[in-house]
Design a protein. Structure first.
Length: 350
């Protein structure tokens, strides 16, 4: 299945049904009168986060979604049926933007979360609605209101607790496959990883989700290489593991390259806790490891770990460092209960 994390969709809610002009005519009934029913309401457009989806590929081949219109009213005070709603089912972590791709309408972060994007048009009143002592036979009825329409952008940001960043061939996919049951493609050439991958990692009786994104190169924020389009998938991460290939000569240059791209992308990535690790240390001597660790520690001003996914060197320590920055669910629930409720209520786009 192909990975698709952004798409444009056209949505339109249903038109309301027309009201009916009708009169009661029955044998042996002395007084009839107006009995035209109201029109039904048009269908709404919803977006819902569901389980079992991890890509927006369903919207690659269908981009137009229209809710059905409400049916017209009829005699005997019969209200027309409402139009059927349309539900856009998306993966957890999907954001909905307006046509400008900047104004956020909804951010679906939990399974079952549903938000109404467009309301259907109201049905028109039948002539029974307008009867009065002075107007016993009204011959007017309201038409149904039209539905709303708009173009929206769906953008998927994977839900992960920690993320892996680094240059191509820094050992990110190897690390992910060594610590989880994920099986990303691993090869000895750049840009082996073309789409993000997720894996569940367990350490010290705790578990968290680790994300691996395609490698960055200098100028990625300008679209060079695969660009920075996949950096959005680690915006929700609590910590980042920055892997630097220990077999390359200029490890300090590699560090500054990734930091520069993260800073150019923005969105708070440089503010996240970053754990520096020198990877592929199984191919280095102890003297080389000590020398390159010293260079990185001097350039970054923080401690550097020497890891090897192939031999398992200090892999557990790296996982513990990432887990220390991830807030436990129990603490998160306590923080939520202490917050004051929003007096304005939940906002829903119309």
């Amino acid at each position: 299945m192909k990975f698709l994390d952004e798409c444009k969709v056209y949505i339109k809610s249903g038109k309301g049904g027309n009201g009916c002009v009708g009169f009661r005519r029955e044998k042996y009934v002395e007084f009839g009168g107006p009995d035209g029913g109201d029109g039904g309401r048009g269908g709404d457009i919803y977006v819902e986060a569901v389980e079992g989806l991890n890509t927006l590929i369903d919207y690659r081949y269908r981009q137009h979604f229209k809710a059905s219109a409400g049916r017209d009213g009829s005699g005997k005070n019969k209200t027309g049926p409402d139009g059927e709603d349309v539900v856009l089912k998306v993966p957890v972590g999907t954001q909905v933007f307006e046509e400008d791709n900047e104004s956020l309408l909804a951010d679906l972060t939990e399974i079952g979360q549903r938000i109404c994007l467009l309301r259907g048009g109201n049905g028109g009143f039948g002539n029974a609605h307008f009867k009065s002592p002075t107007n016993r036979a009204p011959r007017r009825a309201n038409p149904g209101l039209p539905g709303a329409e708009m173009d929206i952008w769906l953008r998927l940001k994977l839900i992960a607790d920690a993320g892996l960043v680094g240059l191509p061939n820094a050992g990110k996919s190897t690390f992910l496959s060594a610590v989880s049951k994920a099986r990303p493609k691993v090869a000895d050439y750049p840009f082996t990883t073309l789409t993000p991958s997720l894996g569940v990692v367990a350490v010290d009786n705790t578990s968290f989700v680790l994300a691996d994104i395609p490698g960055l190169i200098e100028g990625a924020h300008e679209g060079i290489g695969l660009g920075t389009r996949f950096l959005g998938h680690i915006e929700r991460c609590a910590s980042l593991l920055h892997l630097i290939d220990g077999t390359q000569e200029d490890v300090v240059g590699a560090y500054h390259t990734i930091c520069g791209e993260l800073e150019a992308y923005g969105n708070g990535l440089t503010d996240k806790p970053q754990i520096l690790a020198l990877s592929k240390c199984d191919s280095l001597t102890d003297e080389d490891i000590a020398e390159k660790k010293a260079l990185l520690e001097e350039a970054s001003g923080s401690s550097v770990m020497a890891v090897s996914a192939a031999s398992g060197l200090h892999v557990t320590e790296a996982l513990r460092a990432m887990a220390s920055h991830i807030q436990s669910p129990q603490t998160a629930n306590n923080d939520t209960t202490q917050q004051e409720p929003d007096s304005t209520g939940e906002w829903r786009p119309i």
